[in-house]
Ligand binder design. Structure first.
Ligand code: BES
Ligand code: MN
Ligand code: ZN
Length: 501
């Protein structure tokens, strides 16, 4: 979609559709009032008849004649003005865009960005709008060669500035929104690709392709022979049952001072998780192609950083392997030595994410990181605890929790903390190694993080369990969400431009 920022008056500007707001009780937004005057009370009447609702996220369309300047008017319920938070804005916006899509509108004026939102400025409102527009227009086509007929009708979204001084804000928001949306689309494409095409080798190639477009990026691919030399026994134990070799890929984006410590992102890249010898049940196993969505979110966020030319140093690391039950696969009871020197008893080969991550987390010490965030579809227990709303957050640093909460609120891609208390550590006790790779039935999300915490003591670290939010499981919506690219990008933006965001 194309996003246009211009100074123009709403009554002079043509569009297939204008999106306006309605607050409780029957309070039209400024642009809605303008249209109400222009169309002789049409919006007021729709409210009085109860046709247009002010309930947050409810959208209603009024139709004008096709010769009129504005063929459709989408009125979006925004709830109570005092409670119009960033979260509410996200909801209103996606409802408005969905409705505009239903009207088959190609050319949309989005006037919702004029609405005052608590703690959110104009550039951010535009950024959120562009992200929502791109999300609505996204289509997976990679293995659907004949797709394209049912392309999204949306072509242009216009933001109207009342004064020229607003234009800079609109353009800045647009730039941020486009970059993050592009990272999200990349993450969705990678997530949606099936396991036979999206292999560890494919992910490494995608990283290399990214480097071709962006000179500030350096990409290295560590092969299995090198992993062996580095002592990455845990990572190698996962790929050993597969015909696909593991790849550890590093992407270094240098946009800051040469000596500035980087923010490091580490992604779980299991391109397919059968469970290994601890084989998963067959039901919905196809969804385990999404087990590389942590890695996809790292690649997507690095892409966003490149497109933004963000003025800081960021390192992305993706630990890629396929978890298969081949003849060389790990057995339950096997003991492996990690790069850190600690030994692990593999009691369940389906707890493979933590095995690839622990070696990657030791490896990133060499970057002398400012912070490390790992992102992983790590536990089914996280879906039980938090559902499909936030990602699970476990962290050894309070300011980092605050920063991630704030980035979650602004981006609409929220996270929620679970405790990482010492009390849980003993669940990993083993008689045969420094630790077991599973912690029993209870608090599975936390014991997985406890496992990782033993490899992250040297830096400020956060773990995001994205098992519940990385993809939609069923129906027309089935597919990768592109999350948490918005959260990670917003976090990095807040670090790069501390006074503004
Ligand atoms: N990739 C899965 C986690 C998962 C399962 C995410 C279902 C989303 C939906 C992970 O590798 C896994 O299998 N975890 C096990 C851990 C257990 C063996 C301790 C789980 O959650 O069952
Ligand atoms: Mn598994
Ligand atoms: Zn897995």
């Amino acid at each position: 979609m194309e996003y246009i920022a211009k100074t123009a008056a709403l009554d002079k500007e043509t569009a297939n559709c204008v999106i306006v707001g309605l607050f409780k009780p029957r309070q039209l937004s400024p642009s809605a009032r303008k249209l109400d005057t222009l169309y002789r009370g049409k919006l007021t009447r729709a409210c009085q008849r109860g046709h247009a609702k002010a309930t947050l996220g409810q959208a209603t369309t009024l139709h004008n004649s096709s010769r009129s300047k504005h063929e459709h008017i989408v009125i979006v319920g925004c709830g109570e003005a005092e409670r119009f938070t960033t979260h509410a804005f996200h909801k209103a916006l996606s409802a408005g865009i969905q409705e505009a899509k239903k009207c088959n509108a190609a050319n949309v004026i989005n006037s919702l960005v004029e609405l005052p939102v608590k703690d959110t400025d104009l550039p951010t409102r535009v950024q959120i709008s562009v992200m929502a527009g791109e999300a609505a227009a996204y289509r997976y086509t990679h293995t659907l060669p004949k797709a394209g007929k049912d392309r999204s009708p949306l072509k242009k979204m216009k933001f109207l500035a009342s004064q020229a001084s607003e234009l800079d804000s609109l353009r800045q928001g647009r730039k941020f929104g486009k970059a993050i949306a592009s990272g999200m689309a990349f993450a969705k494409d990678l997530g949606n690709l099936p396991g036979n095409l999206c292999t560890p080798t494919y992910l490494a190639e995608q990283a290399r392709a990214l480097k071709k477009e962006h000179p500030k990026l350096q990409v290295r691919v560590i092969e299995e022979a090198q992993m062996k030399k580095l002592g990455m026994g845990a990572l190698l134990s996962v790929s050993s049952g597969s015909a696909q070799p593991a790849k550890l890929v590093t992407l270094e984006y240098r946009g800051g001072a040469p000596d500035a410590r980087p923010s490091v992102l580490v992604g779980k890249g299991i391109t397919f998780d059968t469970g290994g010898i601890s084989l998963k049940p067959g039901n919905a196993m196809d969804e385990m192609k999404f087990d590389m969505c942590g890695a996809a979110s790292v690649l997507g966020t690095i892409k966003a950083c490149c497109e933004l030319e963000i003025p800081m140093n960021v390192v992305g690391v993706v630990a890629c392997a396929e978890n298969m039950p081949g003849g060389r696969a790990s057995r339950p009871g096997d003991v492996v030595t990690t790069m850190s020197g600690q030994t692990v008893e593999i009691l369940n080969t389906d707890a493979e994410g933590r095995l690839v991550l622990c070696d990657a987390l030791t490896y990133v010490e060499k970057f002398d990181p400012e912070t490390v965030i790992d992102i992983a579809t790590l536990t089914g227990a996280c879906v039980v605890a938090l559902g499909n709303v936030p990602s699970g957050l476990m962290c050894n640093d309070e300011p980092l929790v605050e920063d991630l909460y704030k980035a979650g609120d602004v981006s609409g891609d929220r996270t929620w903390r679970l405790p990482l208390w010492e009390d849980y550590q003993s669940q990993l006790d083993s008689n045969f190694a420094d630790m077991a790779n599973i912690g029993g039935r209870w608090a599975g999300t936390i014991t997985a993080a406890c496992f990782l915490s033993r490899f992250t003591e040297k830096y400020r670290w956060a773990h995001l369990d994205i098992a519940g939010i990385a993809w939609h499981s069923s129906g027309k919506q089935k597919g990768a969400t592109g999350r948490p690219v918005p959260l990670l990008s917003q976090y990095l933006i807040s670090q790069a431009y501390p006074q503004e965001h």
